[in-house]
Design a protein around this ligand. Structure first.
Ligand code: CA2
Length: 154
């Protein structure tokens, strides 16, 4: 039997504020609620998730660097670092793990600066505009990708 896929979920800066401010942009669901919905969805799919949030670029880079030892894929909402951080992109690329990028809002329908992502070119897929449900969609796609890869191995 193939082993249980393990996914690291990474939330970038300010996402700890979810549910408390700007509900018209980011919804009313809290980060804890998103994490527990991801954990339930993973359990139902026979997978495991571990969730991590930080407001600090270096802390995010450290966690991502450690991830290949314990995880098979990364689901990340890099927050504002999406648009600014070469360091985050390099750390993600260095893991060689499949990365799915998630955004709550439709970044293409907002300010021009949100349309550029340093992460998208090294991601296998990007989900944006579906609010908290985007995390579940991203997880589903990442798990399907991991299973396809296991099935394709000789
Ligand atoms: O839409 C997304 O998920 C974003 O990654 C959210 C980032 C933003 O900089 C990106 O352009 C798009 C901002 C996260 C801030 O989250 C807050 C939540 C509640 C209140 C204030 C900020």
């Amino acid at each position: 039997m193939p082993k249980m896929p393990r996914v690291l979920v990474v939330h970038g800066p300010n996402l700890n504020l979810l549910g408390s401010r700007e509900p018209h942009v980011y919804g009313t669901t809290t980060l804890d609620e998103i994490d527990s919905r991801l954990a339930s969805a993973a359990r139902e799919a026979g997978a495991n998730v571990d969730c991590f949030q930080s407001n600090h670029e270096g802390a995010l880079v450290d966690r991502i660097q450690e991830s290949p030892a314990s995880f098979d894929g990364i689901l990340i909402n890099p927050g504002a670092y999406t648009h600014t951080s070469v360091a985050l992109r390099d750390a993600l690329a260095a893991t060689s793990l499949p990365v799915v990028e998630v955004h709550l809002s439709n970044v293409h329908a907002r300010e021009e600066f949100r349309r550029h992502s340093f992460v998208s070119p090294i991601a296998i897929a990007v989900v944006c505009g579906f609010g908290w449900r985007g995390y579940l969609l991203g997880l589903e796609g990442l798990l399907a990708h991991l299973r396809d890869r296991v099935a394709a191995k000789p």
